[in-house]
Design a binder for this molecule. Sequence first.
Ligand code: NIG
Ligand code: FE
Length: 404
Amino acid sequence: MRDLIVLDTSAVMTCDPSLGEGRLGLIERGAVYVREGVVAWVGPERDLPQADGAVRLSAEGGLVTPGLVDAHAHPIFGGDRAAEFALRAEGKTYLDIARNGGGIMSTVRATRGAIDEDLVERTHERLSRALAQGTTTLEAKTGYALSVYGELRLLQLLAQVARATPLTIVPTLLGAHAVPAERNGDRALFVAECAGPMLEGARGLAHAVDVYCDEGAFTLEEARTILTAAKTSGFAVRAHAGQFRDLGAAGLVAELDGLSADHLEQVSDEQAHLMAQHGTVATLLPGACVQLRLTPPPVARLRDAGCMMALGTDMNPGSSMTESLPLQMWLAMTHLGMTVDEAWLGVTRHAARAAGRPEAGRIAPSAPADLVGWRTPDPAHVPYHYGENHVRGVIVAGTQVVSR
Ligand code: NIG
Ligand code: FE
């Protein structure tokens, strides 16, 4: 691997306020020196250290940022649910569709019926589209098999995909995504499986464990059982919390010192403070929020409480069929009331915390050299001009993997 110098930038966004201007740590006309896949130095180009033998790569006057981090995604699934999207446009609700056999269970049927090669290939395609739009780290949940065997199969397939993609995948076990129809009669036993054998099998395959705690999904007590067991077994914990109703899951995750509570359209002031206190990130999913026509999450409340806020695509076939983080930034600013700085931190530093890979999401000495070069000099321009891919190039661990 050759050493690399990235130069001719409008600015380098370090996302580290100790390294540059403002909350985004911007270094005007900055440069980055990469050695052995890791950032060795970042600063103004005029102070660039001697770096004999390094390849020089011009950013052509554009902005350079950390590789984007998707803090919440469900990239491995069979089939699609375009028909449900059409029904919702006619006025049916997400919860109604789910109660009538659609929703998560329809993707579970398609995923259980898909052969390994097909799941791997489709997932790989989704990750390639994410990479082309600047994502270099992605939190990836299982959750469309809902049996011990099936969920572990999805974790194994995710590991296979992870070996073949330049992205860094942080795998999450989401066995408690829904109670599968055939287990409605022995719900308690299913929860016990999620808190027992599933965790046993996921050792070494999953980084974190997630529970969907909401109306129509798992109760707070069930979430507590599963997440407490997960924490005891050494997993990081997180939850889908308050998408439809605030059952208290965000506070639970905070008390367990979890990574992140996600969705949060409904979250109390008290829980927001608990999250801030424990460093649990508030991960917001604007695509799913807008698409399901939910009231936006209380960004001002989260901000005032001092929560770190991250963004995720929620990439899934039901409520958010997208791989694009820049699109989430646009929605976060237009629909949720986030600022430019918050939107950028939400797909970089804070998202890296939420995903459980805190060393990513910044450009600082000894951070992984995951970088994006943009076709614009201006941070606001990326979310402002939406629906267009502004990525010029992507570098992962010091190697250029996208050039457009
Ligand atoms: O995060 N809320 C739960 N899970 C997904 C939706 C999954 C689906 O509808 O297939 C979400 O929005
Ligand atoms: Fe989700």
